[in-house]
Ligand binder design. Sequence first.
Ligand SMILES: Cc1cc2nc3c(=O)[nH]c(=O)nc-3n(C[C@H](O)[C@H](O)[C@H](O)COP(=O)(O)OP(=O)(O)OC[C@H]3O[C@@H](n4cnc5c(N)ncnc54)[C@H](O)[C@@H]3O)c2cc1C
Length: 441
Amino acid sequence: MDEKFLQSDSIASWGRVIRASHRVARPRFADELPGLITAGGDTPALPIGLRRSYGDSNLNPEGRVIDMTGLDRVIAFDRTTGVMRAEAGLSLSQALQLLVPAGWFLPTTPGTRFVTLGGAVANDVHGKNHHSAGSFGASVTRMKLLRTDGSAQELVPGDPMFHATIGGLGLTGLIEWVEFRAVPIPSAHLDAQDFEFGHVRDYFDLAAEAHTRAEHTMAWIDCLSGGARLGRGVLSAANWSSHGGLTPHREDPKLAMPVDAPGFTLNSMSVRAFNSVFHDLKRMRTGPYATHYEPFLYPLDKVAHWNRLYGRDGFYQYQCVLPPATARDGVIELLKVIAASGQASFLAVLKNFGAHPPAGLLSFPMEGATLALDFRNLGTRTLDLLADLDSIVLSANGRLYPAKDGRITPAMFEAGFPKLQDFRAYLDPGLSSAFWRRVSG
Ligand SMILES: Cc1cc2nc3c(=O)[nH]c(=O)nc-3n(C[C@H](O)[C@H](O)[C@H](O)COP(=O)(O)OP(=O)(O)OC[C@H]3O[C@@H](n4cnc5c(N)ncnc54)[C@H](O)[C@@H]3O)c2cc1C
């Protein structure tokens, strides 16, 4: 066994369904990477970041993993152009500490800032501003990729390997550093407004209208109400404010979930209570309001380890996108099945993606509506429900997000990603993941 890789039981993804021992290397300096990436022999490697992917795309129990979080240095930052080059293990949170005081922000950001640049590229992550800015990959100007054959290349937009690596799930090579273009902001605050809708069918017109005037939009959905209140929710829309100054967020979350919550804390009653409290809270926000970016863009980061709330067996996240032609009916159908199942979803987010061309061959975003929900892992009961949801997504010509997935079939994956065959030509044969072995049949 290679002594640079040590046995560890602490590698899990955000959903915590899979518990498996891994052999892990934790490099601190870039000059360690060529030795690690080529060290494998027959056991495939996988670069990983902060493990905020929910399922098994960041797990490789039969192989080795290279934990990139020790490589977190900013290499260059031009305060006049907003171009930042940094090691791939730098978190978005760390990047913001430098960007915001200088009047810049990430081009787009997922709903947590605890994501590395490498992870943001490998899943081509999206944010609440997809309709206005596209996905993260659209702002990447250059990156360095190391392959297991010992080769190293700098990639720029237009290179085929560049577009395979954006959204490439860590399977085309190890990204050593990423260069991206930040966007200018007048302040760290947003001018926001909330709009309530009593049924999910009303969300679509509301969102279409909000997109014409707001850079950031998303809706929270109550998945437990059915009938006349099916998918009732609150749409939030915001633009950068010109007031409030350029103070970045506090780095550490204020609260933490200490241990695994016992199973009974998260039953359908408590989730119903949570959703209804949340709904009431949001409803009280009438009229425009000003907010720092932290609570608006990263509401869940307030509680560290909130994933422990689902107990020791973990949870699945289900995120799909449905094209415009089927989005309204498809989302209604999905919510009907979820509401009828009695399997509560603690969080449900609905948002529309814009018509931007995909930045990568396997990029998840496509024009349409994306719905994301959490399901506590109740074994086959949950898996059966998710398989029912798959059928609806398939017949609506939709796809599932690999970053959130830990269970889809090869057929479902192939149906959702028409460029999958093209992507295979760029795979690094020395890399693999639990996700990839599963969907490759
Ligand atoms: C609360 C929460 C909210 C979220 N909201 C969103 C959202 O709004 N939009 C969205 O798009 N996603 C969202 N996500 C998912 C998250 O953004 C992605 O899963 C992201 O890729 C995680 O990055 P990571 O650093 O944790 O990487 P990991 O989860 O550790 O790895 C993710 C992938 O990146 C690859 N990888 C990591 N580093 C490298 C590297 N240096 N070189 C090559 N490949 C690498 C891995 O192999 C793996 O395939 C959310 C996750 C959470 C927990």
